[in-house]
Design a protein around this ligand. Structure first.
Ligand code: HEC
Ligand code: HEC
Length: 376
């Protein structure tokens, strides 16, 4: 993935735009100029029709954020068909973030969260750039969060033409993966109702990613490696000082070097817990994957699916009996549903059309390493 854009770079670009303006006089009206000036929130209930009108980027093609638009990365990101993602936070001037130890940080009304989905031309050669697919926004209005997505025109070299798409669409994407294999498939842009299936129905729509435990990692800001919590504290500010680094609970990289059970927990949390948790839609199934519920000191094996008979009527079971059979990945419903790409079987049920092969391998290793207990 492209390193986080640096502040130095956006300052240079912003200055370029300013000088161009000074020379052209009435350039405030021109489309080009929408890329200069401060972030421009839309009136409530009337999102801009094009992405460029928000002025979130000074260079959309390179995803160079505007002044005060802060890039961040997740410790454990959501899998979306191998798309690369660029994430940003914008908070109105003079406002701060509300610290939360567990849930998403509290964002003041007016805040905008941004996530762009892109595919590298060739994952082995980042310099060849990326093809941008969509930029999703969560906008905090006084009545709650609003979800919107802007889709980049296929084959159009001008990314500033990304337009609001409420009804979803399928975008053909082709790229060369990290192993040099050509990949192509129809990337599914969700419709606005589908945003709610993961982020919650209005007026309870919520951000999912920016939690302290997910942000508590290093990132490259302006060529300097900084802890993201520290960076947010200085760039935006918190309503209270965050706990000392040693006292903070942080997730692990699912493909890093922590033990396999902790890595499986981190992957399940971000990919499954927005539905499978006490707060999520399928809470009654008591299959809970949020980081708190899966902590070894609180987890009941059955809540993780261990020797649990699937309760969902009409849910696919792959002709297997239990969600997890310790020691037996190939007898476990959970693994089959993660490996599947059949719409009626796959988990998560939306947000992907491709299998996350590396995650399936991780869950296989996790289940295989569990002490066999004999479910029957
Ligand atoms: C399959 C579930 C799912 C669907 C569908 C979904 N999201 Fe998300 N979204 C997530 C998760 C999980 C995260 C946090 C993880 C990450 O960013 O990697 C996230 C992150 C985001 C972010 C960054 C801020 C945040 O909350 O973390 C934005 C903005 C966003 N989504 C907007 C949208 C919009 C708009 C739609 C509909 C067009 C949508 N999402 C559909 C699950 C989903
Ligand atoms: C968008 C919401 C959503 C997400 C995200 C989601 N699920 Fe589900 N899941 C459901 C629903 C609804 C059901 C019940 C219907 C069915 O079985 O298809 C279910 C059922 C299941 C079942 C059968 C459970 C039982 O005991 O009845 C398993 C196993 C499962 N999910 C695993 C996962 C895993 C693993 C993930 C993450 C990779 C995940 N799910 C992500 C909505 C979701």
């Amino acid at each position: 993935m492209r390193p986080a854009p640096t502040g130095r770079r956006w300052r240079r670009l912003a200055l370029g735009a300013l000088l161009a303006c000074a020379g052209l006089g009435a350039c405030a009206e021109s489309a080009d100029d929408l890329a200069s000036g401060p972030v421009r929130p839309a009136p409530e209930g009337a999102p801009w029709q094009t992405l460029v009108e928000w002025r979130l980027f000074v260079d959309t093609a390179d995803q160079v954020p505007n002044d005060r638009v802060v890039p961040y990365e997740m410790i454990s990101p959501l899998f979306t068909d191998y798309a690369a993602k660029h994430r940003f936070i914008w908070v109105p001037e003079g406002e701060v973030l509300g610290w939360r130890d567990v849930g998403p940080l509290a964002f003041p009304v007016g805040s905008i969260l941004v996530k762009t989905f892109a595919y590298p031309v060739d994952a082995r050669a980042p310099a060849l750039g990326e093809r941008l697919v969509e930029t999703r926004l969560l906008v905090h209005e006084s009545g709650g969060w609003k979800a919107h997505t802007y889709v980049y025109a296929a084959g159009d070299p001008d990314p500033t033409k990304a337009t609001l798409k409420r009804g979803g669409t399928v975008v053909p994407v082709s790229w060369i993966d990290a192993d040099g294999a050509p990949r192509s498939f129809g990337y599914v842009v969700p419709n606005e109702n589908e945003c709610a299936e993961c982020h919650g129905e209005a007026p309870s729509t919520q951000p999912l990613g920016p939690r302290a435990r997910q942000l508590d990692r290093d990132s490259d800001y302006d060529g300097v490696i900084v802890n993201q919590i520290d960076y947010l504290a200085s760039a935006i500010g918190f309503d209270q000082p965050p706990p000392a680094e040693a006292d903070r609970d942080r997730m692990v990289d699912p493909f890093g070097d922590a033990d396999v059970a902790t890595r499986a927990r981190a992957w399940l949390d971000v990919n499954c817990a927005h539905c499978h948790s006490a707060a999520g839609d399928v809470s009654q199934k008591a299959l809970w994957f949020d980081w708190e519920s899966t902590a070894p000191e609180v987890a009941r094996p059955v809540d993780l699916g261990v020797c649990k008979v699937p309760t969902s009527s009409g849910g696919a079971n792959c002709e297997r009996t239990y969600d997890i059979v310790p020691g037996e990945p190939d007898a476990s419903v959970l693994l089959c549903r993660v490996e599947s790409t059949v719409a009626t079987v796959q988990m998560p049920p939306l947000g992907r059309t491709q299998a996350h092969v590396e995650a399936a391998a991780l869950l296989r290793e996790w289940i295989a390493a569990m002490e066999p207990v004999g479910c029957d």
